[in-house]
Design a protein around this ligand. Structure first.
Ligand SMILES: Cc1cc2nc3c(=O)[nH]c(=O)nc-3n(C[C@H](O)[C@H](O)[C@H](O)COP(=O)(O)OP(=O)(O)OC[C@H]3O[C@@H](n4cnc5c(N)ncnc54)[C@H](O)[C@@H]3O)c2cc1C
Length: 376
């Protein structure tokens, strides 16, 4: 596979994708596969790069990877998950196992795999290249301005800069979360099972231990950003680990410092919407689950849909506002129900989990709960 291109300080493309996380790589890959090139994929980081994340590919993300023909390649590198052990606030436990597939693949490897797939399909990758602005030119085309000397032109720009990227993304919504992760080697864990702790200090959100490989786990938590006050997520993580995992972490090796990041969980309609050929996807469009913090499935799906919107515009002669409207509607259809359910379910999670944990001894109840959990 080609090495990442480091040159190309200017040029003209059909579409420029800014941000090569799952949303951007998905868009670039789908554009190239649909023959909508040339595509330039820009990222300020150099790949492979670390991203603070639980790195869990939910059943929804696995279904989306399957639709994109990528599940086999991802599964070949990932750690398979066959169940979730949920601890209710009282400490009662519930082991949920259903037919749905989930995987864990550390983000430095998952994102790298997606970037290389986009490159193999024909996208030109320029990593280590921060973008500072996207502006409309007099002739109606768009100019992407690099933080250095780079200047590139295109008809379409897909902004996939994640939760903290700027470039015209809406401010972080009130429903945003903050997540923090740390990685360890040598922690005993139940093979192929995600552990979720609905700890009282984090409610209605949770902390976790996710196995990434036979000898490596990540631990972390997500909480509502507005409930944090003066506390730092790292401080919360320290207390969470003391309460739930101190025994198991004794003697384990921590692999680097804990890393935190906002999770831009808002829901639909996606924001913002522009009329000049700039489309927003993934967390730049504020698409993440407000109950679980899960965002990879939304990132992949919104990247795919943005590519389809651009394809339809070419096919049907749509102007950019029509493509943006189509994308907005397609996102609502594809993910609106899930995001709305998560938003409404959130305040009921603590009581619901207690009830579920009490009833969870019955296999039929556990089977239904496993299906509900897998669809969240
Ligand atoms: C602690 C934590 C745990 C999480 N755990 C999970 C989980 O287990 N499962 C799950 O599904 N989701 C999880 N999420 C959410 C998930 O990480 C995000 O929803 C997902 O990464 C969003 O993908 P994206 O492509 O939109 O953005 P990102 O993955 O954030 O990618 C954005 C890219 O844009 C680049 N970029 C930003 N600004 C610029 C710029 N100006 N110029 C050029 N490049 C730029 C960045 O370098 C980055 O590579 C977690 C989040 C956090 C913080």
């Amino acid at each position: 596979m080609d090495a990442p291109s480091r040159g190309c300080a200017s040029g003209s493309f059909h579409t420029i994708v800014v941000g090569a996380g799952p949303a951007g790589s998905s868009a670039a890959l789908c554009l190239c596969r649909a023959g909508l090139g040339p595509v330039l994929l820009l990222d300020r980081a150099r790949f492979p790069r670390v991203k603070p994340c639980g790195s869990a590919l939910s059943p929804g993300a696995c279904r989306q990877l399957g639709r994109m023909g990528l599940l086999g390649a991802v599964a070949a590198q990932a750690y398979p998950i066959r169940g979730a052990l949920v601890r209710a606030p009282s400490g009662r436990e519930l082991l949920l196992q259903g037919p749905e597939e989930a995987l864990v693949l550390a983000r430095e490897r998952f994102d790298e795999l997606l970037v290389r797939q986009a490159q193999a399909a024909g996208a030109v990758l320029l990593d280590g290249q921060a973008v500072s602005a996207v502006r409309e030119l007099e002739d109606g085309r768009l100019e992407v301005v690099g933080a250095g000397a780079g200047r590139w032109r295109s008809s379409w720009v897909v902004v996939a800069t994640g939760a903290t990227g700027k470039l015209g993304a809406a401010p972080l919504p009130a429903s945003s979360l903050v997540g923090v992760t740390a990685w360890y080697r040598g922690v005993p864990f139940r093979p192929h099972v995600l552990e979720l702790f609905y700890d009282r200090e984090l409610l209605p959100h949770y902390g976790w231990l996710f196995p990434e490989a036979a000898d490596r786990v990540n631990v972390g938590l997500c909480v509502a950003a507005r409930g944090l006050g003066a506390r730092s997520p790292q401080e919360l993580l320290g207390r969470f680990l003391d309460r739930h995992l101190s025994e198991r972490l004794r003697g384990a090796e921590r692999l680097g410092p804990p890393r935190g990041r906002a999770i831009a969980a808002a829901g639909l309609p996606p924001a913002p919407r522009r009329s000049d050929g700039v489309l927003f996807v993934g967390e730049a469009a504020r698409l993440a689950n407000p109950a679980t913090g899960e965002g990879i499935s939304f990132a992949l799906a919104s990247g795919e849909l943005a590519a389809r919107a651009i394809g339809l515009a070419r096919e049907r002669g749509w102007a950019p506002p029509e493509a943006a409207r189509w994308l907005g509607r397609a996102l609502v259809l594809r993910m609106g129900l899930r995001l709305e359910l998560a938003r409404h379910a959130l305040p009921m999670i603590p009581a619901g989990l207690e009830a579920a944990a009490r009833l969870g001894g019955r296999p039929a109840v556990r089977a239904v709960l496993a299906r509900v959990f897998a669809r969240l």
